[in-house]
Design a protein around this ligand. Structure first.
Ligand code: NAD
Length: 473
């Protein structure tokens, strides 16, 4: 079994705390690595190292910083297969899917870092009275990045481009359920010592990091409950917080769609990564005119999702990340059935090793059921029939979350109304579509702080103004 360590100031470093946690392969239930539980003393060391390194990193030219980040990204890219295997062993994602998301994460790191080359870090304007106003955007200083386990590599890389390219140094605290692939990213690291630091552990490391006095920004991705605590700690310390939290994303399926193609697209949105995506489709509102035909097609698509150990080539769906997550999913299905829902396929825990759960379709659901109101994070597609597109919009908007939403329709008036759903992103006729210019801030309890393109640079920098009065001599 591998033993993992922190990476601080360019050195692999033992934790100050003797307590250890274990990574369990969710497909086999075997232990694959042990690592420190984390401690405030580890965090102090890592933050101090980041603080020391920051002025030299900021003093490099932006071209130099970007070139170094790209060089690291290239090395990561060369190790995509190996990283996908590590992700599979630590959290169960099939390697084929893992590879494509890692490739997207590396592409995102490169593209977001390269935006620094055209970002206005220092912009002057002539004032009407003859003076000049100069707006300078400096790196905030030291950033903390705290990540979840569902896309271990991509979540880490996703936050780093703008933070590093703008001249910040960073301390990363990956999820305690998936530290293995993040450790590998640090083994491949090609940045000056102290620019990027790694502290392993659970809340014992996350909490002191999020509230640390010498942190200037925390970029947190995770659950709403932990996000509220991180937000409160940031408020107390008066540093910036970008919070990307959970969702309960709705889908509206209009009466005029290609039923089979849409059912297959909804199956993918509900079951890929075993439903463990913050923007997984978790509430499906289908127009009554096509509802039964849609459910038949969705059930067919669900039954094609072969589950198993993601190291095997033909597996489309891995296990849930752990027993706790499988229990949450199972409890939501039981709650729905007790309140009158019908399981159309799936819904049974299979025998044998691994935290597997089949792709499941349930109907006759309503908002009194936890499966329609709380985040599931599992391969469940709950379908509710609506009498009109307008009713679909109304139901889709009834949630305390507001992360993303998807609408399938050919009706131009309905497509125009899709933007009325409270969400950071609304996709029309293609889940997860869109280009790199995407900028969003989650609505409601799904988060706080805009990300994407220049918004990410706004949060990675602090603007200040120098005003030069006109020469009146
Ligand atoms: P989690 O909140 O349990 O943990 C996330 C991270 O926060 C982990 O590294 C954990 O150790 C750390 N943490 C926990 N408590 C903390 C505290 N009090 N202070 C500081 N750090 C703390 O979430 P999870 O189970 O790892 O991930 C799943 C959740 O993440 C889901 O709710 C999912 O929707 C969300 N998520 C959101 C996005 C997004 O972009 N909005 C993306 C992926 C996942």
């Amino acid at each position: 079994m591998k033993t993992l360590q922190n990476y601080i100031g360019g050195t692999w470093t033992s934790s100050q705390d003797p307590n250890r946690l274990t990574v369990i392969n969710p497909s086999t239930e075997e232990s694959v690595a042990e690592f420190p539980q984390g401690a405030a003393a580890d965090v102090d060391l890592a933050v101090a190292s980041a603080k020391t390194a920051q002025s030299a990193w900021m003093a490099l030219t932006v071209e130099d910083r970007v070139a170094r980040i790209i060089r690291w990204a290239d090395r990561i890219e060369e190790h995509t297969d190996e990283l996908a295997e590590l992700e599979c062993r630590e959290m169960g994602k099939p390697v084929g899917i893992g590879r494509s998301f890692i490739a997207a994460g590396v592409g995102g790191l490169k593209a977001s870092a390269q935006e620094a080359l055209t970002y206005a870090f220092d912009a002057s304007t002539d004032d009407p009275d003859g003076g000049r106003t100069r707006v300078i955007r400096q790196p905030v200083g030291v950033a903390a990045v705290v990540t979840p386990w569902n896309f271990p590599v991509t979540m880490v890389l996703g936050a780093l481009g703008p933070l590093l390219a703008a001249g910040n140094t960073v301390v990363i605290k990956p999820s305690e359920r998936s530290p293995l692939s993040t450790v590998r990213l640090f083994e491949l690291l090609d940045l000056p010592d102290g620019v990027l630091n790694l502290v392993l552990g659970d809340v014992h490391a996350g909490e002191p990091l999020a509230g640390h006095d010498d942190i200037d920004l925390v970029h947190f991705t995770g659950s709403v409950s932990a996000g509220r605590k991180v937000g409160a700690a940031s408020g107390q310390a008066l540093h910036r917080a970008v919070l990307e939290l959970g969702g309960k994303d709705p889908v509206i399926v209009d009466e005029d769609v290609d039923v089979r193609a849409t059912a297959e697209a909804v199956a993918f949105g509900s079951f890929v990564n075993t439903g463990q995506i913050c923007t997984s489709m978790e509430r499906i509102y289908v127009h009554q005119a096509i509802a039964e035909e849609f459910v038949v097609e969705l059930v067919k698509a669900a039954e094609a999702y072969a589950f198993g150990d993601g190291l095997q080539a033909d597996v489309m769906m891995g296990p849930l990340v752990d027993e706790r997550q499988r229990n949450i999913v199972g409890d939501q299905v039981s709650d729905a059935v007790a309140k009158g829902a019908t399981v159309r396929t799936g819904g049974e825990v299979p025998a044998g090793h691994g935290f597997f759960y089949p792709a499941t379709v349930i109907t006759d659901v309503d908002s009194s059921m936890s499966v329609m109101s709380e985040e599931t994070f599992g391969p469940i597609a709950p379908v509710s029939v609506v009498s009109s597109f307008a009713q679909g919009l109304e139901r889709a908007s009834e949630s305390s979350f507001g992360l993303a939403a998807t609408v399938y329709s050919r009706n131009a008036d309905h497509i125009a109304l899709a933007a009325s759903i409270p969400a950071g992103v609304v996709w029309v006729n293609q889940w997860q579509g869109g280009s790199d210019v995407r900028t969003y801030e989650p609505a409601r309890a799904s988060g706080m702080g805009a990300t994407g393109t220049t918004a990410a640079y706004y949060s990675a920098t602090r603007p200040f103004t120098v005003h030069i009065a006109p020469d009146r001599s």
